[in-house]
Design a binder for this molecule. Structure first.
Ligand SMILES: Cc1cc2nc3c(=O)[nH]c(=O)nc-3n(C[C@H](O)[C@H](O)[C@H](O)COP(=O)(O)OP(=O)(O)OC[C@H]3O[C@@H](n4cnc5c(N)ncnc54)[C@H](O)[C@@H]3O)c2cc1C
Length: 385
């Protein structure tokens, strides 16, 4: 136990130093430019490989860093303090790729672990966001091949990828709750005939982090482009989305801590009516509430990580973390703008950027409303409602 603690302390020290040296100095410029200059991206990639942070989430057997959930939560919490535009260059290839067969591992998984290839996770469509089962992307069997048609949007990553993990309906199953689309995950290489990828609209959160629109027009895919088995795409994505929501929770805690430090410092030093503004209860109590809610959010992440490590984490555990931590962060960010007064909205301060970045956290990886839906469903279904 002691060794593990020491290891995590060392890991935290390493990440904090890496962030201070390689990430924070570029935040402001990247936000203003709206892209990450290639030399900075390359430097982050190279240096993160040198210290073992690159692909740290994947098992050692496939060449990854082999960090367990507890360590990954520490890592993600630190990354959360900055922009996705920067920290996403320290790749954490999606764990779904562990479902690759041996040939696919050579073609997709190992190159991602080494940083030779980048992937996208493509689930959302223009007409199928929260209601993912209404997706129109579909693949039909043609001999031994599949013909993929449809489109995806808001599919994000640091750069133009080499391939996308694309979810499409490959049929319908009859279930006790009626007919249900059978969803399959495909590995689709950029450059495949009929697969078009374009950069999407610019987002005001995490400027410089890209999102793409994908369209598939009679894309012919051999059966060996199926990831896992036909029809188990939702099982794969569900497993990954669950942990993804916990990592969102951890990143929100990191960002909230950073913002709270700025708020505390400002409240202690900005004087009005002859006193630090923190001495007025209206401001001081905001700080106290932020501190309490951040502590609660951190404990929720810790609890979910423990459940995941024991293999007993359920969808609602991840949903609770996602909704609580992202809403906690948004309240912290908004109250901090208030504490800063007019200066909170000025570009010369980091607050407006952190506030803008925070907003996305309540939307991606499933909105707050969808998380609440998952939680209530878990409560009511056992009662037959
Ligand atoms: C910057 C960015 C990056 C992203 N990256 C990716 C990615 O890499 N891969 C990927 O697949 N997706 C990605 N997404 C998509 C993201 O997961 C979706 O935006 C999100 O799930 C919400 O879908 P939507 O935007 O279509 O909103 P909608 O589903 O249209 O929702 C609009 C509003 O209606 C509410 N609503 C919908 N249904 C219900 C309901 N049943 N009950 C109550 N309220 C409801 C929602 O909560 C929301 O408030 C990204 C999005 C953004 C903005």
């Amino acid at each position: 136990m002691k060794d593990l603690k020491d290891e995590n302390e060392l890991l935290l020290e390493t990440i904090k130093k890496f962030m201070a040296d390689e990430i924070y100095p570029h935040e402001e410029a990247v936000d203003k430019l709206g892209y990450v200059p290639t030399e900075i991206a390359n430097q982050i990639e190279t240096k993160s490989k040198e210290i073992g942070l690159f692909a740290a989430n994947l098992p050692i057997e496939v060449g990854g860093g082999g960090l367990d959930y507890e360590s990954m939560a520490l890592v993600e919490r630190e990354y959360g303090k900055t922009s996705h535009a920067l920290h996403s260059w320290i790749a954490r290839p999606t764990e779904i790729l562990l479902a690759c067969n041996e040939e696919q591992k050579e073609q997709y998984l190992y190159p991602c672990v080494k940083g030779e290839k980048r992937e996208l996770f493509a689930l959302t469509e223009p007409d199928a966001g929260s209601d993912i089962m209404s997706m129109r992307s579909n693949a039909k069997k043609d001999g031994d091949d599949w013909i993929l048609n449809g489109s995806k949007h808001f599919i994000s990553g640091p750069c133009l990828p080499d391939f996308a993990i694309v979810f499409a309906a490959t049929g319908e199953d009859q279930t006790a709750r009626g007919s249900r689309k059978r969803i399959t995950a495909f590995l689709v290489d950029v450059g495949t005939k009929g697969f078009d990828i374009q950069e999407g609209t610019k987002c005001i959160s995490y400027k410089g982090y890209k999102n793409f629109q994908l369209s598939f027009n009679d894309v012919r895919l051999p059966s060996d482009k199926i990831l896992g088995e036909e029809g188990n795409g939702l099982l794969l994505s569900g497993k990954w989305l669950g942990m993804g929501r916990i990592w969102v929770g951890a990143t929100c805690c990191g960002k909230a801590e950073r913002i709270l430090d700025l708020a505390t410092d400002w409240a202690a030093n900005r004087k009005q009516f002859g006193k630090p503004i923190g001495a007025f209860q209206a401001t001081g109590f905001k700080l106290a509430d932020m501190k309490m809610n951040l502590r609660a959010a951190d404990l929720l992440v810790e609890d979910a990580v423990l459940r995941a490590s024991k293999g007993i984490m359920q969808d609602q555990d991840a949903a609770i973390v996602k909704v609580f931590c992202s809403e906690m962060l948004n309240k912290v960010a908004d109250d901090t703008v208030q504490i800063f007064g007019g200066m909170g909205l000025m570009e010369e301060m980091p607050i407006e950027r952190l506030w803008r970045d925070s907003r996305l956290e309540r939307i991606w990886d499933g909105t707050s409303e969808i998380q609440r839906h998952i939680i209530t469903r878990a409560m009511l279904r056992p009662l037959g409602a």
